[in-house]
Design a protein around this ligand. Structure first.
Ligand code: NAD
Ligand code: TYD
Length: 329
């Protein structure tokens, strides 16, 4: 099958491209190469590349030509950046998704929208979000992703587009841009820089390896039903627990941990009921604590040439805007 993977130069998208190509599919990547897009993530993987914006109908028409399926990973993805500047999130995560849906409508391509557990908002201790639960997004990022999801469901019902949605948990693994918790704290620990824990650090996330996440998305691409949503869950841990585990794995000094001013609107807990995807045969292969996190830390230790150049220039400006005052206080 010829598949269009948007956002294929990013973190999870590049794992997905590698997986499809290894399985014998041919892949076209459409990517705008924002700060988060990195051609190095696709090195050595055979694919066609279209440099463009998913919200640009001309770029989308070029990229979708001859494709039987579209899997949409392209997005602005970082909650903290959405708090600093939300408009770009609507451009890509809502309008971009709609532009791809228009292409799927025209070409009859199968469509998979890669979404997030964050659209459900935070949950009380003990509860787990099911696919039919109301959407209660808290951040400009999750609100934009929820907007994209609702358009997907509207296109299924109104135009009969053959689209499904996955909602994945917090994902970790090699090649993740060092702004999210695991790669930021791992690389900061390796550089002897502070680890800025928001608030008390007792927020809970589910952690899902990128390869397990991609296995779930591929299953939905092949066997998911139109108009259906599938949660892709992970292993739950508090942020502070992960922080201490990263210190152990890197051998960094515990005094690097700094509790800083909390994120605005910070969701306390995410948890997914993923029994629907498991019933299709999905099962995660990586345990976070046992193998997944140590192997990821090893990857960052062995691939400094991948992340060191990223942590300069525009990254530095973002980092200072986000953390300088917090770390001074
Ligand atoms: P990422 O930030 O690493 O990469 C995003 C990619 O999209 C980059 O290559 C970027 O250049 C590209 N892109 C951004 N705007 C674009 C545009 N307008 N047109 C074309 N390309 C554009 O993202 P990620 O963490 O790999 O996330 C991929 C998808 O998975 C996103 O849709 C995200 O919402 C979803 N998701 C992520 C996580 C997570 O923990 N990272 C969890 C659940 C769901
Ligand atoms: P993040 O990796 O940004 O993912 P998300 O916001 O999508 O869950 O954050 C994961 C958790 O880690 C979240 O509760 C916020 C927290 N966090 C910090 O405490 N400090 C940080 O510097 C970052 C980036 C995140």
């Amino acid at each position: 099958m010829r598949v269009l993977v948007t956002g294929g130069a990013g973190f999870i998208g590049s794992h997905f491209v590698r997986r499809l190509v290894a399985g014998g599919d041919s892949v076209v990547v459409l990517d705008k190469l924002t700060y988060a897009g990195n051609p190095a993530n696709l090195e050595g993987i055979e694919h066609e590349f279209v440099h463009g914006d998913i919200a640009d109908p001309v770029a989308v028409a070029t990229a979708t030509a001859g494709c039987a399926a579209i899997v949409n990973f392209a997005a602005e993805t970082h909650v903290d950046r959405s708090i600093l500047g939300p408009m770009e999130f609507v451009h890509t995560d809502v309008l971009g998704t709609m532009c791809l849906l228009e292409a799927a409508r025209e070409t009859d391509a199968r469509f998979v929208q890669v979404s997030t557990d964050e659209v459900y908002g935070d949950l009380e201790a003990g509860g787990r979000a099911q696919e039919g639960d109301p959407l209660r997004p808290s951040s400009p990022y999750s609100a934009a992703k929820a907007g994209g999801d609702l358009q997907v469901l509207a296109y299924v019902r109104t135009y009969g587009v053959h689209a499904s949605i996955t909602r994945g948990a917090n994902t970790y693994g090699p090649n993740q841009y060092p702004e999210k918790l695991v790669p930021l704290f791992t690389t900061n620990a390796m550089e002897g820089e502070p680890l800025p824990v928001y608030g008390d650090g007792k927020q809970v996330r589910e952690w899902l390896h990128a390869e397990d996440h991609c296995a779930g998305i591929e299953l939905v691409l092949r066997e998911g039903a139109p108009g259906e949503v599938y949660n892709v869950g992970g292993e739950d841990h508090e942020n502070i627990e992960i922080t201490h585990r990263i210190l152990e794995l890197t051998g960094a000094d515990p005094s690097l941990v700094r509790h800083v001013e909390d994120r605005a609107g910070h969701d306390r807990r995410y948890a997914l009921d993923d029994s629907k995807l498991r019933a299709l045969g999905w099962q995660p292969q990586h345990s976070f604590g046992e193998g997944g996190l140590p192997a990821t830390v090893d990857w960052y230790r062995d691939n400094r040439s991948w992340w060191e150049p990223i942590k300069s220039g525009a990254y530095r400006a973002y980092y200072d805007e986000q953390y300088a005052n917090r770390l001074k206080a």
